[in-house]
Write a new protein. Structure first.
Length: 343
């Protein structure tokens, strides 16, 4: 089981959740169906660029795979992942001199969009792309491996102008599934039950020129990436920093004045900056408490009383009333729902 603070911390740009929703809409599902039972809000998801947690994206992915009845859904979503989804790192990659330079860029700046996994270049034998998995659960692994695979292949095609399907060997780290025919559209050569996800490239492929190579555009895109990386090193946006601080709290959550002091600003300044990001301190506190409560109810066997205490509620009935306000059900009803839900 992944550590709770990391599992609930901001980890992935919402564009990747939007891509899941877009695929469901292409399949004829409504907006309401696409996010049903995910505890996500359609408007916020499509207009707010605050990062989602690994737990939030997992809820959406599990729901989407079940709704679509398509275990290879990740392949299909990855195919529709344009360069723009990768942000500044994507534009820096396609303007590099060659494929090797593009992948050096992607490897260096992957964390700007998500920290679930990242490709690295391996040239110890044949040139390859190996996926390092950091924050991927068993429930989402098939989907995410599929999405990462076809998204990077889509990027390769954009960079070189040629589909890589016939050129690569895909080494898949899971046993051959009963839907293995879906792999034929990804790569001609596939090996199952490999030690890790590896995309083996042809000799000399890393020297392939990029179609959109542009030294000045590449330099400007790298500056943008470095500025974003610097902000990320400081903890991201103010609301993201506050969420991380709240997740690290014990049984007592700080008042707004205490959080302002931790951020080295006056309470009014903190309120003003949060308003500029479209959020309030109380809403961030409610979101963190709600996410922690749901995680503890679904992932542990702790009693409701101990969970209420863990979240700073001295009165269990007060916790139950607040939880009902958040989700429309009591903590006990929520636990029953998640333990009886299929998959």
């Amino acid at each position: 089981m992944l550590p709770e603070p990391r599992w609930l911390s901001p980890s992935i740009h919402p564009v990747y959740a939007r891509l899941v929703c877009a695929e469901l809409r292409r399949r004829g599902f409504s907006e309401a169906q696409a996010i049903a039972d995910t505890r996500l809000d359609w408007h916020s998801l499509h207009h707010d660029n605050s990062f989602l947690s690994a737990e939030q994206i997992q809820r959406l992915i599990v729901h989407a795979v079940q709704l679509s009845a398509c275990p290879w859904l990740g392949f299909d979503v990855g195919r529709h992942t344009d360069v723009s989804a990768h942000g500044a790192a994507g534009y820096a990659a396609i303007s590099a001199v060659d494929v090797g330079g593009a992948f050096t860029t992607i490897e260096r700046y992957a964390a700007l969009r998500q920290d679930l996994a990242a490709f690295r270049v391996d040239t110890s034998t044949r040139p390859s792309l190996i996926l390092n998995e950091y924050l991927i659960s068993a429930e989402t692994r098939v989907y995410l491996l599929g999405h990462f695979t076809t998204a990077i292949l889509r990027l390769l095609e954009t960079i070189t102008g040629q589909p890589p399907r016939d050129l690569i060997t895909l080494e898949w780290p899971l046993a051959q599934p009963d839907w293995s025919e879906a792999f034929s559209s990804v790569a001609v050569h596939v090996r199952f039950a490999s030690p890790c996800l590896r995309i083996v490239l042809p000799e000399g492929y890393l020297n392939t020129p990029c179609l959109a190579a542009d030294v000045e555009a590449h330099r400007q895109a790298l500056r943008d990436c470095d500025n974003q990386l610097e902000r990320l090193a400081r903890g991201g946006t103010l609301s993201e920093r506050i969420k991380r601080r709240l997740l690290e709290c014990g049984r007592r959550f700080p008042a707004l004045e205490e959080m302002a002091c931790a951020e080295h600003m006056a309470p009014r300044t903190l309120i003003r900056h949060l308003q500029a990001e479209g959020v309030r301190y109380q809403s961030l506190l409610d979101e963190v408490r709600s996410d922690q409560a749901c995680w503890l109810l679904s992932q542990t066997s702790h009693s409701i009383e101990s969970i209420a205490e863990r979240l700073g509620y001295q009165d269990t009935s007060n916790f139950s009333r607040t939880f009902r306000r958040w989700l429309g059900v009591t903590p006990r009803q929520f636990r029953q729902q998640v333990t009886t839900r299929p998959g």
